[in-house]
Ligand binder design. Structure first.
Ligand code: NAD
Length: 458
């Protein structure tokens, strides 16, 4: 296979996307599957698989980033027992004030507020009355904020993706291992009612041996992305700078759970290809003459398709497209030797059960028989509290419940790192002409040890 240099691809571009560790790995021939050398665990670090801390009567939370997502998470957290919001932070003072007011409206003491610039979140992390820090800021802030929180002795829950360079992925792993803090990514889609039904069915062997999965984030909002709100501006900046799969985890997280990644399998290699860019430019071209956004060019192709190979030889397709006009879709498909599930709309085919060649689209009997106990128990509360059909409530409920019970969490820093690593690795693969790129083993060899099954004992 031609090397990236032979193809005239910018080595500097790839190194920037992959981060320092991967850059070193490239030099070691890591572009060949199996040729990677993951950095060794440093003295003073130990695995955080199965990490548990003493039970907490109340979980005291500090939140960084009180924009759209932060306020939505706050609403769920205020609906939970055993939670105290002790501090909130946003660089926009009105957003900090709005979050403080929301907490007070719910009858809790108004939390401390931090708005004095880009680094004021550090003071929130230093507070002794914060057990857990939520991070809901733009992508490029996530890892540094999480590392700061863990170094201050806090557990951390980070919005998606948890990190956007390979170096940041390793920083999260290394810091969690050194500080022995929980560090998870808030991948709410793992807690969807359908995803948890499918997970149960996979675990019960109904699809036989799982061989393939498909996932995606196909969410058209080009008209919103071109806007001037800061949430549009920072997202658009990533599309200007990078070509790859820039929001992989909503689709990939649930499929990784179906495949028991880090409980018996792991991602080993990926290849990635992007289409040409057209749709966002088209929307930009409709802006009034003289608008400064006419100067913008978008690096990211309309549709990115990434293929991951796992250590057990399974394959996963992950797509990213936030500009093509089409219905919302996370694909959410799993194929096994005994059947297939495909979402949007949800449908099942089981060998020897589903007649003919058509999908079974009536999921009700499956929900009755295999629906997840957590959804059966909490459905009305989850829907009332809200957030993506209740999945957000369930995710937050489960995180708080585990901390209060002193149990290991459903997701680990290794999941956060591996799922998020698709962001930089897909950029590197696209830049290298869709070359195969090794996915680091963030567990450093522990990927096939049994792990607690997601919310199994709810
Ligand atoms: N899981 C989901 O379903 C879901 C949904 C939406 C967004 N998200 C994620 O949530 C995050 C935030 O997205 P959003 O849509 O709320 O964006 P947003 O722009 O609305 O909110 C981000 C907030 O962070 C603040 N901020 C930026 N830098 C800061 C700093 N240094 N210190 C303190 N505050 C700072 C901004 O002022 C802003 O209020 C992103 O990572 C996004 O991917 C996840």
């Amino acid at each position: 296979m031609a090397t990236a240099d032979e193809q005239g691809i910018s080595r500097r571009g790839m190194i920037r996307a992959m981060g320092v560790c991967a850059a070193a790995a490239l030099g070691a021939g890591a572009a060949e599957p199996g040729g990677q050398r993951d950095p060794a665990r440093r003295p003073g670090q130990s695995s955080v698989l199965g990490l548990a801390h003493p039970p907490m009567d109340r979980v005291r939370i500090g939140m960084i980033g009180m924009g759209g997502r932060g306020m939505s998470l706050l609403r769920n957290l205020l609906d939970l027992d055993g939670v105290a919001i002790t501090a909130v932070c946003d660089i926009v003072a009105q957003r900090t004030a709005a979050a403080q007011a929301r907490v007070a409206e719910k009858g809790q003491p108004a939390p401390a507020g931090y708005s004095a610039g880009e680094t004021d979140f550090e003071r929130l992390c230093q507070r002794d009355d914060v057990d857990l820090v939520y991070v809901a800021t733009p992508w490029e802030c996530h890892a540094a904020m999480a590392v700061e929180a863990m170094n201050a002795g806090r557990h951390v829950a980070i919005e998606v993706p948890a990190a956007i360079t390979l170096q940041e992925c390793w920083d999260l792993v290394d810091t969690a291992e050194r500080t022995q803090r929980h560090c998870i990514m808030l991948e709410n889609c793992c807690y969807g009612e359908i995803e948890m039904l499918v997970l149960n069915m996979v675990r019960q062997g109904m699809f036989g041996e799982v061989t393939h999965g498909e996932a995606g984030y196909l969410h058209p909002f080009a008209e919103g992305l071109i806007g001037t709100a800061d949430s549009a501006v920072w997202r658009r900046r990533h599309l200007q700078e990078s070509d790859g799969n820039l929001y992989p985890t909503h689709g990939l997280g649930p499929v990784a759970m179906y495949m028991d990644v880090h409980g018996g399998d792991r991602f080993s290699t990926l290849v990635s290809m992007s289409s040409c860019e057209r749709s966002l430019s088209l929307v930009r071209d409709q802006l009034p003459a003289g608008d400064p956004r006419h100067q913008e060019a978008y690096a990211c192709g309309d549709v990115n398709t990434t293929l991951i190979k796992t250590a057990l030889g399974r394959s996963i397709m992950v797509q990213f497209d936030i500009v093509t006009p089409r219905p919302y879709d996370r694909i959410n498909m799993v194929c096994g030797t005994q059947g297939t599930f495909r979402d949007y709309p949800p449908r099942i085919f089981l060998k020897g059960k589903t007649p003919g060649h058509a999908w079974d689209t009536d999921l009700e009997p499956y929900f009755q028989e295999h629906g997840h106990p957590l959804w059966k128990k909490l459905k009305s509360q989850a829907i009332e509290s809200g957030g993506h059909g209740g999945m957000d409530f369930l995710m937050n409920w489960r995180l708080i419940q585990c901390l209060r019970a002193g149990r290991p969490l459903d997701m680990t820093v290794y999941d956060a790192a591996a799922w998020s690593s698709v962001f930089p690795l897909s950029i590197a693969s696209v830049a290298g002409g869709s070359m195969p790129v090794p996915v680091p083993d963030f567990t450093r060899g522990q990927w096939n040890e049994p792990r607690p099954l997601l919310a199994q004992d709810a």
